[in-house]
Design a protein around this ligand. Structure first.
Ligand code: SF4
Length: 287
């Protein structure tokens, strides 16, 4: 039933995944290997309904549904509304519907459209911010500026969605790490999301970024440098009641808390980690 590979955020581990599209409509980020072998494709409404019927037979009690692949929010709003209604009609225990949202999808849809989708049951969006530094965003080909990222994130919140944001530690390399830390904190603070998760850069496959590393054009940060980058980022964050989770498989150490409430505690933990250097072995970092 699935077109592989299939990805979902860690917090969707127990969700029913329904594929509305294959791949990512952008598919140009230099660090991303996820959908490189997939041609972007939006399923027909008939194909989507077939998948929903399959899901209903397999997991009739599903309470959480994640709409895949890389940016299901790119689907036309009327199609999404029809899908959301179908899900409501077919899954009586449904509590949460979520998907990845690319910043361009949020920018393209009107605020009223987004509000309509939220009211129809799409409750949680995952936004890959990656960095708040324009130099980094441009270099990795994210396709938007930091200002556009802020507009996209705030629009999601204004529309009533729960917003989960991800950034990538190490994405600025040795040249841009400081700006990456400070500007990312600025952008995340401006968005003020409900959830904030730093992941750590991993090189997989022959992505353009992996090739830059091979050619010596991009220098990876060491685990100690990653911790200093994270420390600086957290120090500069100003958030209201944001769930902070640094527990992705790619991270060198797990950290969690509520920001700003637990900022001092998290910073102290980072200082401790910098001393004892209990980093996850490189071999165990992965998905
Ligand atoms: S928008 Fe997301 S899924 Fe698409 S290429 Fe970039 S990181 Fe990968």
């Amino acid at each position: 039933m699935y077109n592989y590979p299939l990805y979902r955020p860690p917090s969707e581990a127990y969700s029913l995944i329904l594929q509305l599209s294959h791949g990512c409509s952008h598919n140009k980020c230099t660090f991303c290997y996820m959908y490189k072998d997939k041609n972007f494709y939006i399923k027909s409404i008939e194909e989507i309904k077939e998948h929903i019927n399959w899901g209903k037979e397999q997991y009739p009690d599903a309470s959480r549904i994640f709409l895949a692949d890389g940016n299901a929010l790119v689907l036309p709003t009327p199609v999404l509304l029809e899908v959301l209604q179908d899900l409501k009609d077919n899954f009586p225990y449904l509590q949460r519907i979520s998907c990845y949202a690319a910043p361009k999808d949020l920018l393209k849809k009107g605020l009223d459209e987004l509000k309509e989708l939220q009211k129809a049951g799409l409750s949680l969006l995952y936004l890959g911010v990656e960095s708040g530094c324009d130099g980094v965003l441009k270099k990795v080909n994210k396709g938007v500026t930091s200002e556009e990222m802020i507009i996209a994130g705030k629009k999601a919140i204004d529309a009533g969605f729960q917003l989960s944001t991800m950034v990538i530690l190490g994405l600025g390399g040795k040249k841009l790490w400081r700006s990456h830390a400070e500007k990312t904190a600025e952008v995340i603070s401006a968005i003020n999301p409900n959830y904030f998760s730093p992941l750590t850069l991993m090189l997989e496959g022959d992505t353009p970024l992996a090739k830059e590393v091979q050619r010596g054009e991009f220098e990876l940060l060491s685990p100690d440098e990653i911790m200093e980058e994270l420390r600086l980022m957290i120090e500069n964050l100003d958030l209201e009641n944001c769930v902070f989770r640094c527990n992705h498989a790619s991270n060198y150490v797990p950290l969690k808390g509520i920001l700003n409430k637990d900022k001092a505690k998290i910073l102290a933990e980072i200082e401790g980690i910098k001393k004892i250097r209990n980093f996850k072995n490189e071999f165990y970092r992965g998905l």
